[in-house]
Design a protein around this ligand. Structure first.
Ligand SMILES: [Zn+2]
Length: 389
């Protein structure tokens, strides 16, 4: 079954061989979808005959958003903590334990229903690929069930047993690292593609984080790191050292951190929802881009520090407050996320790519930043299936 989407005013392909600039922009474009793949891209007037036709009527289109960092297997709520923070209290890593208690107490069915709710919410806002993590169980049983539930609904699953030290090990962090790199890893590795660690004061130091990542690698998992969110620390340089796919947050960077990212292959994933929701200093995307670092944008959707599933919101923040141009922010929210997940089939629209496409109720992708907070997503295709609009 083939479908032609015609009369697209402005199409972001992220393939410079198909159109103008790094976004590979094509004006007055058409996209032909065949099954779950893109079959053809070109001028609307030259679109080939297909089984179905959709008239975009002058709307803009872009690849589905790739949200490469979220924490959606959880239960409970942290409204009170957010409210207190917005009344003057500061954020620390410890609030995670509130969600841990609620998540442990929840049934599998409750966790799955919650996950599906937020996956649906993200899809309606144009997210067609979403990574998600464990990290609110902190026992072998609870971490492995979180990953099992996540793996039933997304391909990009990350083992984050090393989110914070479990409360039972408050006086024995080394013992907890032993569990995370031993029995818990054995139970979790079959359900995950990635291993992650929160390398931050109040969570895990550089040596502990290295041990977690190396143990994961030995079980076939690829590293990614929560790095330099709350202050300077070893996380970013550790991520580059171990060849992590991504260093996430990157808010507090030294020149040596920026140099390391520029020389390595690790993507810098910026999560402006976290700075927004904790009233923290913005990451400096301009500095990273000017140094030649590949930058991704993601939501960090979680109940504590960034309870948004909206990639358009993150694009708007990145443009307004982090020094990105609208073109750069849109690239980072699509192709950048794909790079952070080491995927070449998503984050771009070209023949052979997965047919993940967002149609905007706007004439240009720039409107994602120009019209912040407005629900511009009018239709979403994921793997060739239309989900909305
Ligand atoms: Zn996170």
């Amino acid at each position: 079954m083939s479908t032609a989407i015609t009369n697209i005013s402005s199409l972001v392909t992220n393939d410079p061989s198909l159109g103008d600039g790094p976004l590979g922009l094509v004006q007055d474009a058409a996209v032909v979808i065949d099954g779950d793949r893109v079959a053809w891209i070109g001028a609307s007037s030259k679109a080939p005959a297909t089984d179905n036709a959709v008239d975009a009527a002058g709307r803009a289109a872009l690849p589905g958003f790739v949200d490469s960092h979220s924490h959606l297997v959880f239960a409970g709520d942290r409204t009170a903590e957010f409210n207190a923070r917005m009344s003057g209290q500061s954020y620390s890593a410890g609030g995670i334990r509130t969600t841990v208690a609620a998540t442990r107490a929840a049934t599998d069915e409750q966790l799955e229903a919650n996950l599906l709710r937020y996956l649906g919410e993200a899809l309606r806002q144009g997210t067609t690929t979403l990574e998600t993590k464990s990290g609110y169980g902190l026992t072998t049983r609870d971490e492995s069930r979180a990953l099992r539930i996540a793996a039933a609904h997304t391909d990009e699953v990350t083992y984050l047993g090393a989110h914070v030290v479990a409360p039972e090990f408050a006086d024995d962090p080394a013992g907890y690292v032993g569990l995370v790199t031993g029995e818990m890893l054995d139970a979790c590795a079959p359900h995950a593609r990635w291993v992650d660690v929160f390398c931050e004061k109040g969570a895990f130091d550089g040596d502990q984080a290295r041990a977690v990542l190396k143990a994961g690698e030995r079980r076939g998992l690829i590293p990614r790191v929560h790095a330099n969110q709350l202050g300077h620390g070893p996380g970013v340089q550790l991520a580059v050292e171990v060849g992590a796919a991504s260093a996430d947050h990157c808010t507090h960077l030294t020149d040596a951190d920026v140099d390391a990212l520029a020389q390595g292959t690790t993507v810098a994933t910026l999560l402006p929802g976290a700075e927004f929701s904790t009233r923290a200093r913005w990451p400096d995307a301009r500095r990273l881009l000017d140094a030649g670092v590949t930058v991704a944008l993601s939501t960090d959707c979680n109940p504590g520090s960034s309870f948004t599933s909206s990639m358009p919101f993150c694009v708007a923040l990145a443009v307004r407050d982090m020094g990105m141009t609208p073109d750069e922010a849109v690239w980072s929210a699509t192709a950048g996320g794909a790079a952070a997940l080491r995927r070449t089939d998503i984050g771009r629209l070209a023949p052979g790519a997965r047919a993940d496409l967002v149609l905007l109720d706007a004439p240009s992708h720039v409107h994602l930043a120009y019209r912040p907070g407005v629900p511009l997503v009018s239709a979403v295709w994921r793997a060739g299936v239309r989900h909305q609009g």
